[in-house]
Design a protein around this ligand. Structure first.
Ligand code: 2IT
Length: 441
């Protein structure tokens, strides 16, 4: 860690992600001198390569705009590079390195053969028209297409990139490459190679994982209150499945504040989240304007100020601080399943773990998204489409297996389960073994 800090000062998210994994794996690593001899950790913390490119496009006023684009190909030991694209004004190489690093372990947990990658741009979708989004995606693909391919690197969506953006990216990829296979991006539309349930998969998978965690703790989700941050694709799927399972979603939030929903989110409100995302306004207040008798907007507040049994961070890294964790606990919260990548700050995780709040990390909880991307790749490679039932069953099995891996590697001498350790050690052992067996490269 000291070497990395000196080498990459200021790359705080990347250093935070590496620190968490190294802390978890230390005891296991020390039992394997062959890992040390092959310098597995020193190799694993560095991305295989990073592409950086200029993306120039023209906005609706006719002005020329320039952004930066990136693809971080982190680790291919267990399969081709796989991971999402993030369009957000705060995107930096540090952010994409942390996400690519996390992705490598997460993808290992899915049981599918996928390496880790992440990419994106500092392009800010907020306030952009549909035509601007299309022109930006096309300009972005003018560079990205040379870095990716169905057996090399398969991007998907992430924050700011959903089905619409994947469509524009795929159209331009085909135009440039004259390759008409369906396998270079996942999260595609259902009529052009996309898997049924991929849009829902991250949120659904997170709730399946939460069910297993609660079951192990002798609890049940039905009738419980849930606070969710965000209102994008992941939060949308989480609200839907939580509600289907009989829980009451009492809060969703955005950068402008929180919507408190005392009676619980209804299916109509859940559907409206899609319109809120497509509008590119990035304001959760719109929900309270649309449903004034059901939702109350509180400006500047987080979802963590709303009393709940279960907290599901579904928005952005470091969105839940130690203070938030204390407020949640004080208001009766007893479980937090992290759905966003690194959504909880280290202080929050330690507070939860030391104060009897069940906690599981994003790389286990949210892996249903990329797992279903893996199922989309399988369908594409076989030139067929599975039914919703088939995809959902496989997603269920995968989330159960991820939970089992956490239990296997995370059970402590006192019988409790440290899900952070469990997920990190399980992912690490798989990637480290694959690296070791393939030699020093
Ligand atoms: O963080 C993630 O796992 C994703 N954004 C999904 C990646 C994917 O390739 O589906």
């Amino acid at each position: 860690m000291a070497k990395l800090q000196a080498k990459y000062p200021g790359e705080s998210e990347y250093l935070q992600a590496v620190q968490e994994v190294l802390e978890s794996i230390e005891p296991v690593y020390n039992q394997h001198p062959e890992f040390e001899a092959a310098k597995i950790v020193e190799r694993m913390v560095e991305p295989d390569r990073i592409f950086t490119f200029r993306v120039t496009w023209i906005d609706d006023r006719g002005e020329v705009q320039t952004n930066l684009g990136y693809r971080v190909q982190f680790n291919s030991a267990i399969g081709p590079y796989k991971g999402g694209l993030r369009f957000h004004r705060a995107v930096t190489p540090s952010m994409l390195k942390f996400l690519g690093f996390e992705q490598t372990f997460k993808n290992a947990l899915t049981t599918l053969p996928m390496g880790g990658a992440k990419g994106g741009s500092d392009f800010d979708p907020v306030g952009k028209s549909d035509a601007e989004i299309m022109r930006f995606c096309q300009a972005f693909m003018l560079e990205l297409w040379r870095c990716v391919g169905p057996d090399q690197d398969i991007p998907a969506g992430d924050v700011g990139v959903g089905g619409r953006e994947i469509g524009y990216l795929n159209g331009m990829y085909q135009k440039l490459s004259r390759q008409y296979h369906t396998g270079v991006l996942t999260g595609k539309g259902e009529t052009w190679g996309g898997s049924i349930l991929r849009p829902e998969a991250t949120g659904f998978g997170a709730l399946y994982f939460t069910q297993h965690l609660l079951h192990k703790a002798g609890k049940d989700i039905a009738g419980k209150t849930v606070a969710i941050s965000g209102f994008g694709n992941v939060a949308w799927g989480a609200v839907k499945k939580a509600t289907q399972l009989g829980a009451k979603v009492v809060a969703i939030s955005g950068p402008d504040g929180v919507c408190v929903v005392p009676g619980g989110m209804t299916p109509e409100m859940n559907d409206y989240m899609l319109e809120m995302r497509a509008s590119n306004r990035n304001m959760v207040e719109d929900m309270a304007v649309k449903f004034p008798d059901k939702a109350r907007f509180e400006a500047g507040k987080k979802a963590w100020s709303v009393p709940c049994d279960i907290a599901l961070p579904c928005a952005f890294q470091n969105e839940l601080s130690e203070e938030d964790a204390k407020e949640l606990k004080a208001n009766g919260c007893w479980c937090c399943c992290e759905v966003s990548n690194m959504g909880c700050q280290p202080g929050a995780i330690h507070y939860f773990q030391n104060n009897g709040v069940l906690f599981a990390p994003g790389k286990a909880v949210n892996a249903g998204g990329v797992a279903t991307s893996g199922l989309e790749m399988t369908q594409n490679a076989a030139h067929l489409s599975w039914t919703a039932k088939e995809v959902d069953e496989r997603l269920h099995q995968i989330m159960e297996s991820i939970h089992e891996q956490c239990v296997q590697f995370g059970t402590q001498p006192d019988g409790s389960i440290d899900y952070v350790k469990g997920a990190n050690i399980a992912g690490f052992m798989k990637v480290a073994t694959a690296m070791l067996e393939q030699g020093i490269i």
